[in-house]
Design a binder for this molecule. Structure first.
Ligand code: EZ4
Ligand code: CO
Length: 409
């Protein structure tokens, strides 16, 4: 079963997506997601110019060999562009293999370990009343677990907080990256944030009670001692996790945070290999692995990380924002259903334009996701719908302190 056609598809239905489509000589078609938010064309070129010639006439069944060939064979290992490109190939090959077997992909990963994958959504508000409306809208959609982000008094727009209070339609205003020619610059002040966040969680617990599962994303903005302080001050509100409290590069930073708080810790959406987790997992400094299938070398790459994490009672919390395409989401869901150490799945929901290009068979019912029973991943790509949405240059925002210093985010 050889690969006879390699297509790199770039389209912007609501936002840019890079999709790899592989066709085999017996007519099977597999899809992989290689979307890297704000740097999409780098992955498209890596795939088109450097990977496509290596795939033609390869046996589509040899997934692990192809993974190792692209990882070891390139000499330049790791990095987000490389690992997103490898992910696109890996997921497309798993899609093909599962279709060849006539089974949904999770069956090839060991079969179902659960009936559904518990999902969390993103509630946000510029202030508490807007936040409460957003939480209620998410509960009405079935979510039992909700990430909480709010504006900070004295600061302008804060990343991760929808600028429009339209109930049920909360989307970040960087979706799709606000379509400005250059990155939007946001303001940040960590002391103001640290003073404000515990009051938000107190208000949410008072209003919604103890059973609602709550999460929070610190977006890499704190020093270790600031993160330790926040984790400690949030303990009374019983978070499911505090995500990305410190910048991702320094694994040792989490030691200090861990020594000071029992708030569970999650990190890894900017990671791309098992080496980014070596200290974090072996020293049990985190509770959840936040990597995306799309940015970690695909199902083969992320599965290795999650199996390693499982030995240390660390669970999955696979990244699932809207810049992961429905192909990347479906791949995550097949893993979620199959692995033993599943924790939770992020699910922001795509908009209508995205869903028209990527036809999906996964479902969201009563707070739980399921990949469906179609052979393969269960996602198809509509070329005609995609043609109406050409690539548009778009950037993630940049974050500056009040004095103008560029800050982590
Ligand atoms: O900023 O996906 O937890 N989710 C997040 C996301 C990320 C974007 C970056 O591309 O933090 O919103
Ligand atoms: Co995050």
């Amino acid at each position: 079963m050889n690969i006879v056609r390699v297509e790199v598809l770039v389209a912007s239905p609501d936002r840019n997506f890079v999709t790899l489509r592989l066709t085999t000589d017996d007519g099977l078609v597999g899809l992989g997601d290689g979307t890297l938010n704000g740097r999409e064309l780098a992955v498209a070129s890596y795939l088109q110019d450097h990977v496509a010639p290596l795939l033609l006439n390869r046996d589509a069944h040899r997934i692990e060999d192809t993974w190792q060939y692209l990882y070891r064979g390139a000499y330049w290992r790791r990095g987000p562009v490389t690992m997103a490109a490898i992910a696109a190939v890996d997921v497309a090959l798993w899609d093909i293999k599962a279709q060849a077997a006539g089974m949904p992909l999770y069956q090839l990963l060991g079969g179902a370990s659960r009936n559904g994958a518990r999902a969390y959504g993103h509630a946000s508000g510029r202030d508490i009343p807007e936040l409460f409306d957003s939480i209620r809208a998410h509960q009405a959609q079935g979510y039992k677990a909700i990430r909480i982000q709010t504006g900070v008094p004295g600061l302008g727009t804060v990343y991760g907080v929808a600028s429009s209070p339209t109930v049920g339609q909360q989307r970040y205003d960087y979706e799709p990256a606000r379509r400005t020619a250059l990155p939007v610059e946001e303001q940040w002040d960590t002391p103001a944030y640290l003073r404000h966040v515990p009051t938000v969680f107190e208000a949410v617990r008072n209003e919604f009670g103890p059973e609602l599962t709550l999460l929070h994303d610190g977006h890499h903005r704190m020093t270790p001692i600031q993160a330790a302080k926040l984790g400690k001050s949030l303990e009374p509100y019983d978070l499911f996790w505090l995500e990305d409290c410190t910048p991702g590069e320094n694994q040792e930073a989490l030691r200090l945070v861990r020594q000071h708080t029992t708030t569970p810790l999650a990190i890894g959406e900017v990671f791309n290999s098992v080496w980014d987790y070596q200290t974090l997992i072996s020293e049990q400094l985190i509770d959840y692995v936040r990597s995306a299938v799309t940015h970690t070398g695909g199902i083969s790459g992320l599965r290795k990380i999650l199996d390693y994490a499982a030995q240390y009672q660390i669970k999955s919390g696979i990244h699932g924002p809207t810049d992961i395409s429905p192909v990347g989401m479906a791949a995550a869901l097949h893993l979620d259903i199959a692995i033993h150490n599943f924790g939770i799945q992020e699910y922001m929901r795509h908009g209508d334009a995205t869903n028209q290009v990527f036809r999906q068979s996964f479902t969201f019912t009563d707070g739980y996701l399921h990949p469906g029973e179609q052979p393969g991943l269960g996602v198809t790509y509509d070329d005609q719908a995609a043609a109406a949405h050409p690539y548009q240059s778009a950037y993630l925002p940049v974050n500056r302190l009040l004095d103008g210093t560029v800050h982590d985010w």
